[in-house]
Design a binder for this molecule. Structure first.
Ligand code: 0A1
Ligand code: ZN
Length: 876
C-alpha cells in the first residue's frame, strides 16, 4: 500500500458539475440502511463538455445507478474505494443512486452512525461521502429534500434540516418524515437524527417579526438539563441581531444532544448536533466552567448560521474563514455576557499555552494551510483560535464601525456563496480604505512571532524611546519568514503618578492608550513630552498573537500589577512576576541548591488578597499561578520534575505566608444562595476555591476540614468537584478514597459526571496514576469507543505532566497502545490523542528517545491517513 498523498490549495479547480437540488430517502436499519439519492446536476458553463462526473463515496455498497431514469450498466462507470466516475454525462441531468451502509458498525463517527441506539450524522468535513455518492466539497451547494423512514417505536422522532413538510405511517410499524431546506447548502451541513428523543420547546421573535420555534432534543433522562442551553441560545440570537444585524432565517431551530461525538458540536443548517457535554447542564452535575462552555458553544454554532452557512468556504483550506470569524464572534458574545476581562484572560492563557505549543511543534501550520493529507487533522487551535486572534486584529486595526461595515458587506455580497479568505479581508479593506496586503501574511505564515522590545527614558529631553524587533522562528516547510503587520496596543505608565501618560509621537497626541504598528523587522518609536520616567505597558489586551519580551525588573512588574489601567496587562504583569520567580526556582532545583521564595511575589499576593479589588473574577485569575504546561512552554528544554517542584514550592510558600488571608478570603466568599451561573456567583466561587487550593497545597487542617464540608454539602457541582479534586490530589487518601467511592456510586448513571470522576483521579500528582488509568479502563463506565471517555481518562492522563512523562516510559507506552487501538476504531480521535508524543523534541534526551520509540512503534502499524499524517510529521 502506498502512503496517503496530500492535496494542495494551488491545485484548486472549480467543480465541473454543480448539484442544484438533492433529494434523499433514508430507509434506516442498523446494519443495512438504504439511501436513495436523486440529484439534479448541471455542467458548469465554463467546464469542458467531455469532463467526467466524479463523485466521492466511501464505505458504501452501490445497489443501482441511473441517469435520467435509465439504469447504468457496470461498463458505464468506474468504481473505486473512494470514488464513482462516469465518463460520459449530458449537460444537465438527474442522477439516481441507491446505496447500502451500516450505521451500527460505524465507530469513526463520521457519516451516519448510531449513538446509544439513536441514528445521527456528522458530515463536516468529508463525512457525507459515507452517506451517498456525491461531489463532497463545500463549493457545491444545493437545496435539499429529505425523507427519513424508521421504526415508529424505536425511532419515534425523525429529524433533518429545514422545515417539516410531511409525515405519516407506513407498513410494518414503520413511519416517515419529510424535510425541506430552502437554503442552498454544501453537503457538510446536512444532518439527520432519528431516535427516541424528547423535546423542550421555546420561541423567539426576530427583529423583523419572524416567529422561530426553538427545540432542544434530548434523551428523556436529560430533560432537566436543557434550561441553560435554551437560555443561551436566545441570548445568542438577540446578540447577533444587535451586534451584527444578523437574523435567523428559518421557522425552526433545533439542537440535538448525542453522547458519542468527536468534537464539541456541529452547525448543520437548522439542526445543530451537539456532544451532550457541550449542551447539557444542571447545577448538580455541571461546573461553572461547563455552564460557560455550553453558553459559548451554543452561541458559536448559532453564529455559524451566517458565518459559515449562509456564506461558506470555497474549499477546506479556507476553514479559518468560518472558524476564526465565528470563534471571534463567540468570544465577544461571552465577554459581553459575562466578565470581559476574565474572558480575555482565560482565552489568552489557554492560547499561549496550547496554540503556542502547536505553533512550535512538528504540526505547525498557517491559519490557511497550503496542503493537507487529512482535513480532520486541521480542526486545530491554529485554525480556530489563532484565526480568531487575526480577525480580532482586523477589528482593532479598523475600529468596530468599519469592521461592522465590512462584515455587512461580506454577508450581503457573498450570501449563498462559497468564498475565500481574500473575499473576507477584501470587504474589510474596501469599506475602510486600509491597505491590508502585508496583513495577509498572517494567513500564510506559521509560527509564533516574537517581539524583542527595549526602551529608554531620556530625562533631559523628556523622551521615551521604544525599540521593537520582530522575528518569526522557522516552522516545518517554512524556513524564511517575512515581517508581519503587528498592532501593538500600549501605554506609558508614569512611575511617579501611577497614571497613563499622554502619548505624543512626531508632534501628534495619540491619547493615553494607542496602537503602534510594527511592520518592519525593527522599528524605533519616540514619544516626546514624557514628563516622568514611565514603565511601558505593551501589547495591552493581547493585541496580537505574539510573544513579547521586555526586560522588566521585578519592581516594574509589581508596579504594573497594581497600576496598569489595562486589566489584562495587570494580570499579565503578575504572571510575568511569578514566571521570574519560577525560573529561579527551576534553576535552583536543577542545581540542587536550596529554594528560596521571592518575597516580592509574596508581597504582591498579600496586596491582592487584602486590597480592595472589586472584580473577584479577575482577582481569582490573578491569584492563579501560571500552569505547569505554560511554564514548560517558556523553557528551551522542558524539565518536567523541576517545573513541578518549583511550582509546588511557590504554591506552598504562598500558602504558608498568607494562610490566614486565604482562610479569610474563603470564608468571606461562602454563600448559601441557590446556584445560578451568574458572573457574580461564578466569581465568588472561583475566588473561594482558589483560596482553598492554596490551603490544601500545605494540607492545612482547616483547609482539609473545609474541603470535606464543601464536598459533603453537595451545594453544586462546581464546589463538590473542586473539593473532591483537592482531596484526591492531596496525600489524604484516608479521606479521598471514601469520597471518590461515594461520588462514583452516586453518579454511576450519569456519563457526564463519570467523565469528571475519571479526570479527577488521573490528574493527581501521586505516582499511582498509571495503575489507576489501567484499572479505570476496565471500569464499566469507560468505553474506548466513546470520545468523551477517551478524553476524560486517557487525554487527561496525557496532560498529567509528572505521571505521563514518567522516566520508565510507561506513560508513553500506554498512550501509544490506546492510539494504536483507536487508529482502527476512530482515526480522527486517535490522531488528536497522539499529539503529546509528537512534542518529543521539547524534552530531555532520555524522554526524547522514549517518546520517539513509541511513535516509531505506532508508525509500524497499518495506519489511517489521519494518524499517518501526524506521526509522519512528528518523526520527520
Ligand atoms: N464546525 C464545527 C466543528 C466540527 C468540526 C468537525 C467535526 O467532525 C469532523 C465536527 C464538528 C464547529 O466549529 O463547531
Ligand atoms: Zn465552528
Amino acid at each position: 500500500m502506498s502512503d496517503p498523498q496530500p492535496v494542495y490549495l494551488s491545485d484548486y479547480q472549480p467543480p465541473a458539475y454543480q448539484v442544484t437540488h438533492t433529494e434523499l430517502t433514508f430507509d434506516l436499519d442498523p446494519a443495512a440502511t438504504r439511501v436513495k439519492a436523486h440529484l439534479q446536476i448541471e455542467r458548469h458553463p465554463g467546464a469542458d463538455a467531455k469532463a467526467p462526473l466524479v463523485l466521492n463515496g466511501e464505505h458504501l455498497t452501490l445497489i443501482s445507478l441511473a441517469i435520467d431514469g435509465n439504469l447504468l450498466s457496470e461498463a458505464a462507470y468506474q468504481l473505486t474505494d473512494e470514488a464513482l466516475r462516469i465518463a460520459d454525462v449530458p449537460e444537465a441531468f438527474t442522477l439516481e443512486s441507491e446505496v447500502e451502509l451500516a450505521p451500527s458498525s460505524n465507530t469513526a463517527l463520521e457519516g451516519l452512525y448510531q449513538s446509544n441506539g439513536m441514528y445521527c450524522t456528522q458530515c463536516e468535513a468529508e463525512g457525507f461521502r459515507r452517506i451517498t455518492y456525491y461531489p463532497d466539497r463545500p463549493d457545491v451547494m444545493a437545496t435539499f429534500k429529505v425523507t427519513v423512514i424508521g421504526n415508529a417505536t424505536s425511532e419515534p422522532v425523525l429529524l433533518s434540516n429545514g422545515n417539516p413538510v410531511d409525515q405519516g405511517a407506513l407498513e410494518n410499524g414503520r413511519h416517515f418524515a419529510t424535510w425541506e431546506d430552502p437554503h442552498p447548502k454544501p453537503c457538510y451541513l446536512f444532518a439527520l437524527v432519528a431516535g427516541d428523543l424528547h423535546k423542550v420547546e421555546d420561541y423567539f421573535e426576530t427583529t423583523s417579526g419572524r416567529n422561530v420555534t426553538l427545540q432542544l432534543w434530548v434523551e428523556q433522562e436529560n430533560l432537566d438539563k436543557t434550561e441553560h442551553a435554551m437560555a443561551s441560545l436566545k441570548r445568542a440570537m438577540i446578540w447577533d441581531e444587535q451586534t451584527y444585524g444578523r437574523e435567523y432565517d428559518l421557522d425552526l431551530f433545533m439542537i440535538v444532544a448525542v453522547n458519542d461525538f468527536n468534537m464539541g458540536a456541529m452547525e448543520n443548517k437548522g439542526l445543530n448536533i451537539f456532544n451532550s457535554a457541550a449542551v447539557l447542564t444542571h447545577p448538580n452535575t455541571a461546573t461553572d466552567a461547563a455552564f460557560q462552555n455550553v453558553e459559548g458553544i451554543v452561541a458559536h454554532e448559532y453564529f455559524h448560521n451566517w458565518s459559515g452557512n449562509r456564506v461558506t468556504c470555497r474549499d477546506w483550506f479556507q476553514l479559518s474563514l468560518k472558524e476564526g470569524f465565528t470563534v471571534f464572534r463567540d468570544q465577544c458574545f461571552s465577554a459581553d455576557t459575562n466578565s470581559a476581562p476574565v474572558k480575555r484572560i482565560q482565552d489568552v492563557s489557554f492560547f499561549r499555552t496550547a496554540q503556542f505549543a502547536e505553533d512550535a511543534g512538528p504540526t505547525a501550520h498557517p491559519i490557511r494551510p497550503d496542503h493537507f493529507i487529512e482535513i480532520t487533522n486541521f480542526y486545530t487551535l491554529t485554525i480556530y483560535e489563532k484565526g480568531a486572534e487575526v480577525v480580532r486584529m482586523l477589528r482593532n486595526l479598523l475600529g468596530w464601525e468599519d469592521f461592522r461595515r465590512g462584515s455587512d458587506l461580506y454577508f450581503e455580497r457573498f450570501d449563498g456563496q462559497a468564498v475565500t479568505i481574500e473575499d473576507f479581508v477584501g470587504c474589510m479593506a474596501e469599506v475602510s480604505g486600509a491597505d491590508l496586503s502585508q496583513f495577509m501574511r498572517w494567513y500564510s505564515q506559521a509560527g509564533t512571532p516574537e517581539i524583542d522590545a527595549h526602551g529608554e527614558y531620556d530625562y533631559a529631553h523628556g523622551e521615551y524611546c521604544l525599540t521593537l524587533r520582530q522575528r518569526t522562528p522557522a516552522t516545518p516547510g517554512q524556513s524564511d519568514k517575512l515581517p508581519l503587520h503587528i498592532p501593538v496596543r500600549m501605554g506609558l505608565v508614569g512611575t511617579k503618578s501611577g497614571q497613563d501618560l499622554t502619548l505624543t509621537m512626531s508632534g501628534e497626541k495619540l491619547g493615553k492608550d494607542a496602537v503602534i504598528h510594527l511592520t518592519e523587522d525593527e522599528q524605533t518609536f519616540i514619544f516626546t513630552d514624557v514628563a516622568e520616567a514611565p514603565v511601558p505597558s505593551l501589547l495591552r489586551d493581547f493585541s496580537a498573537p505574539v510573544k513579547l519580551h521586555f526586560p522588566y525588573s521585578r519592581e516594574d512588574l509589581a508596579f504594573l500589577l497594581t497600576h496598569d489601567s489595562d486589566g489584562f496587562n495587570r494580570w499579565d504583569a503578575g504572571q510575568r512576576l511569578a514566571m521570574l520567580a519560577l525560573d529561579d526556582l527551576i534553576a535552583a532545583h536543577r542545581n540542587g541548591v536550596e529554594k528560596v521564595m521571592d518575597s516580592r511575589v509574596v508581597e504582591a499576593f498579600r496586596t491582592l488578597l487584602t486590597g480592595s479589588m472589586s472584580d473577584k473574577a479577575v482577582l481569582a485569575e490573578m491569584l492563579t499561578l501560571p500552569s505547569e504546561a505554560y511554564v514548560a512552554e517558556q523553557q528551551p528544554i522542558v524539565d518536567v520534575d523541576a517545573i513541578h517542584a518549583a511550582r509546588e514550592f511557590v504554591r506552598q510558600s504562598l500558602a504558608v505566608a498568607l494562610r490566614d488571608e486565604f482562610v479569610a478570603v474563603y470564608k468571606a466568599n461562602q454563600s448559601e444562595a441557590p446556584y445560578a451561573p451568574t458572573p457574580e456567583q461564578i466569581a465568588q466561587r472561583s475566588l473561594k476555591n482558589v483560596a482553598l487550593t492554596y490551603l490544601m497545597s500545605i494540607e492545612d487542617n482547616e483547609g482539609i476540614e473545609l474541603s470535606e464540608i464543601q464536598f459533603a454539602a453537595e451545594h453544586n457541582m462546581t464546589d463538590v468537584r473542586h473539593a473532591l479534586t483537592l482531596l484526591v490530589h492531596s496525600d489524604r487518601d484516608d479521606i479521598a478514597s471514601p469520597a471518590l467511592k461515594t461520588f462514583g456510586e452516586k453518579w454511576a448513571h450519569d456519563p457526564l459526571v463519570m467523565d469528571q470522576w475519571f479526570t479527577i483521579q488521573v490528574s493527581r500528582p501521586q505516582s499511582d496514576v498509571l495503575e489507576r488509568v489501567q484499572y479505570l479502563m476496565q471500569h464499566p463506565a469507560f468505553s474506548i469507543k466513546n470520545p468523551n471517555k477517551v478524553r476524560a481518562l486517557i487525554g487527561a492522563f496525557a496532560q498529567n505532566r509528572v505521571n505521563f512523562h514518567r522516566l520508565d516510559g510507561k506513560g508513553y507506552a500506554l498512550l501509544a497502545d490506546v492510539v494504536i487501538e483507536l487508529n482502527r476504531l476512530n482515526p480522527e480521535i486517535a490522531a488528536r490523542l497522539v499529539t503529546p508524543l509528537t512534542r518529543w523534541k521539547r524534552f530531555d534526551e532520555e524522554r526524547q528517545q522514549l517518546m520517539r520509540d513509541e511513535l516509531v512503534r505506532i508508525k509500524r502499524e497499518p495506519l489511517s491517513s489521519n494518524v499517518f499524517e501526524v506521526v509522519e510529521k512528528a518523526l520527520a
